[in-house]
Design a protein around this ligand. Sequence first.
Ligand SMILES: Nc1nc(=O)c2ncn([C@@H]3O[C@@H]4COP(=O)(O)O[C@H]5[C@@H](O)[C@H](n6cnc7c(N)ncnc76)O[C@@H]5COP(=O)(O)O[C@@H]3[C@@H]4O)c2[nH]1
Lengths: 171, 171
Amino acid sequence: NVAHGLAWSYYFGYLKVLLPGIDNRIERSEWWGSRQDSRMMSRKLYLLFPVSCMCKDTLCDDDDSITHAGHLETIVRNRAGTVGRSYQSTVYKITDHDMKEWFFVGEYVTAIHTMYEMEMNSHFSGLQTDDKYLQATRFLITIRNILEKDPHCRGRYKFLPYTGETSFNKY
Amino acid sequence: NVAHGLAWSYYFGYLKVLLPGIDNRIERSEWWGSRQDSRMMSRKLYLLFPVSCMCKDTLCDDDDSITHAGHLETIVRNRAGTVGRSYQSTVYKITDHDMKEWFFVGEYVTAIHTMYEMEMNSHFSGLQTDDKYLQATRFLITIRNILEKDPHCRGRYKFLPYTGETSFNKY
Ligand SMILES: Nc1nc(=O)c2ncn([C@@H]3O[C@@H]4COP(=O)(O)O[C@H]5[C@@H](O)[C@H](n6cnc7c(N)ncnc76)O[C@@H]5COP(=O)(O)O[C@@H]3[C@@H]4O)c2[nH]1
């Protein structure tokens, strides 16, 4: 039951650190506030969730309409013996059909990439393709349950599940 | 079966990135090479493994003989939508009974801290104390099996399992 541990790890090791106050960090960033030809920036973390669990290195890799704009202020914590471990939130710009620009803080759900890699090594990891799809669904249900119960995280994120190669365009 | 997923995650998401070439990065660091009053620095990553799974923020927290010395050169990767994610290896100094100093690259096994936090939230996570100890053992067996099979990782790490509060002194 891979999904259960990965969801808890993703919460305790990352979202619990990052989500509280992310709205404030977005408001303090250089992309916040009215800009000519740009849409309102959201104060949420967008979490792309490909059901294949395959996470590209950047969101630009698949999509010409998305470019890398910068980062929010870095969070630095001492954690599990790593002094000064840093947590970076990436800001992207998307240009839509009517040439309007839109800035957002986004990334893939890093934790699920492990299941893709396990599937690629199924003879050793034991995770088959069918299991992977099942576990991906379990992961999403579990992480949403966990986050809804944390008032410091609630409402500060949006999961964007999708199938196939379509990444952001459908949203 | 929390341990299985966490071990694969720890391998694909971290050790596979960090361990290859860590010996070279240690040799290029300022602490390598003969120094007066210091013992030979090892080219391995020391991974403290408390069976309680409780990982303190730094190795100094418990132990006056350990101080933070610095970091190896940072590894930076684009990963799962995070542009420029950084991986830092912490260098510590330990002073032993005959006042000899010894530098080493070390940290706790970050991945297991999730199991400690799950145990603290067992009513919600479902992980009880007995399960946790069992899963900790499974984690260690699994991660060792994985790493032995990767020639780029083999021999570049040393797990230091221990019970109770004793951290580094026994080693
Ligand atoms: N010591 C240490 N230094 C690191 O830089 C580091 N990076 C990862 N890990 C540990 O390796 C394993 C695999 O990492 P992955 O990125 O797939 O999952 C990560 C990832 O999905 C997410 N996460 C954590 N830190 C970040 C981050 N900086 N950016 C994005 N996602 C992150 O939350 C999960 C759990 O993180 P940790 O519970 O800190 O421990 C991880 C994990 O056990 C690290 N361990």
